[in-house]
Design a protein. Structure first.
Length: 111
């Protein structure tokens, strides 16, 4: 079931997720291999780099709603307990400021 869910999420990627994937793939030459829609526990991370222990989440407008904020808080807490840091980026930032997003990802990878 989880492999099928991950495949479905990859097939139905949002435009910001597709743009982010283009950027993250360029980091392979620097030794950072990202995977899309990675299952960690009962959650699926948008992007994960296991060697850097970094998860990148691309958030849409619904992530500002109280119920979603609480869900994301619990989810991030779980992921951090697994040894990952979580970088949350807004859809609008990915689509309108990809250079700035790339710099933010590079900073996260360095830390």
């Amino acid at each position: 079931m989880s492999k099928e869910r991950a495949r479905e999420l990859r097939r139905n990627a949002t435009a910001p997720e597709r743009e982010m994937w283009k950027v993250l793939r360029t980091l392979r030459s620097s030794g950072f291999h990202f995977r899309r829609q990675v299952q960690i526990g009962s959650y699926f991370a948008d992007f994960a780099c296991h060697s850097a222990r970094l998860i990148i989440e691309i958030d849409g407008d619904t992530h500002g709603e109280p119920r979603q904020i609480e869900y994301d808080r619990k989810r991030d807490q779980f992921l951090r307990a697994q040894g990952y840091s979580v970088l949350r980026l807004r859809n609008a930032d990915v689509m309108e400021n990809i250079e700035g997003v790339f710099e933010e990802v590079q900073r996260a990878l360095r830390s």
